[in-house]
Design a protein around this ligand. Structure first.
Ligand SMILES: *[C@@H]1O[C@H](CO)[C@@H](O)[C@H](O)[C@H]1NC(C)=O
Ligand SMILES: *[C@@H]1O[C@H](CO)[C@@H](O)[C@H](O)[C@H]1NC(C)=O
Length: 284
């Protein structure tokens, strides 16, 4: 897919898009560019680099064959018996994958009333909204070409000339939905959650935004399948063995992804009714 854009990448070395491309692809690009760059083509160093690259490619191919030739165990998914958290390959491409950092976090103790808890207030509304008020993110043409599906060019002056495309990272949509549910649970402050116009032309059912949000959160919980084991400890006040949700766990850094989204935030207004040409759509 990305091979169609080699020429552009070669003339645009300083572009931010390079940050999110994986090392192997950068190495391959280096080889392609070597033919048009003023660098001497066949220094000893270059030959050595090439040999190392070929060897590493062969090892990778061997490893992939080895992994896929193993008989899969009952609880292993056939095509993706892998987990990005523990560094095994397999997840689909995201332009934000270069922003991923892992960190250990301890969740709140049950019963604690932190800054996101009820009762609602203007300050808490602002705090919740600051978690996801991100608008859409622009991505480059090369990043768009690596997505598993097409996305539209961004119809906005400035971005249009740079051939930027639109995405939004799902984490912010999920947080928006959770905030929507929070408001629905506090109708005395926010009013009863209303129904919207039907989504589909031939379906007369009004759109239930709260219900949509509950389903989105369910899908995400079941997609991410958090396998953190909660421990059960003797609670001397209650004289029972009590579960702890304030366990330590491996988390993706939210702040790191927030930084990515802020850098890629589309600042100006854009017109969603403007349909630009799809000449660079996915699959080229
Ligand atoms: C790609 O988008 C089309 C149109 O929305 C959709 O029908 C299809 O399921 C999508 N495919 C994938 C793999 O996401
Ligand atoms: C957005 O684009 C559509 C289609 O070209 C146009 O009819 C509409 O007037 C535009 N809206 C604004 C606010 O520019």
């Amino acid at each position: 897919m990305a091979t169609a854009y080699h020429r552009l990448l070669a003339s645009d070395q300083s572009d931010q898009s390079n940050l999110s491309r994986d090392d192997l692809e950068k190495e391959l690009d280096d080889i392609v560019e070597a033919n048009s760059s003023p660098r001497p083509r066949f220094t000893l160093r270059r030959a050595l680099e090439l040999a190392i690259l070929m060897a590493s490619l062969m090892i990778n191919v061997f490893l992939v064959m080895f992994i896929y030739s193993r008989p899969s165990t009952a609880c292993q998914s056939r095509d993706m018996g892998s987990d990005p958290i523990w560094g095994v390959s397999g997840p689909l491409y995201s332009p934000a994958q270069s922003a991923i950092r892992y960190e250990k976090r301890v969740f709140d103790k049950v019963g604690i009333r932190g800054k996101y808890h009820n009762p609602p207030s203007d300050e808490k509304d602002a705090l919740w909204e600051s978690l996801y008020h991100m608008g859409v993110s622009w991505i480059t043409k090369e990043e768009a070409a690596r997505l598993p599906n097409w996305t539209e060019p961004l119809p906005s002056p400035g971005h249009q000339e740079k051939e930027h495309y639109i995405v939004n990272l799902d984490v912010f949509h999920q947080l928006h939905c959770l905030n929507f549910i929070r408001k629905a649970l506090n109708p005395e402050r926010y009013g009863p959650p209303g129904l919207g116009p039907p989504i589909w032309r031939d379906d007369p059912t009004p759109f239930d935004h709260t219900d949509h949000c509950v389903n989105i959160i369910r899908e995400n919980i079941m997609c991410n399948v958090d396998i953190t084991p909660n421990v059960w400890q003797w609670n001397p006040e209650r004289n029972v063995i009590f579960p702890h949700f304030d366990t330590i766990r491996t988390c993706r850094s939210f702040d790191a992804v927030l930084d990515w989204a802020r850098e890629r935030q589309v600042q100006q207004m854009w017109n969603a009714s403007l349909h630009l040409s799809l000449e660079h759509a996915h699959g080229l």
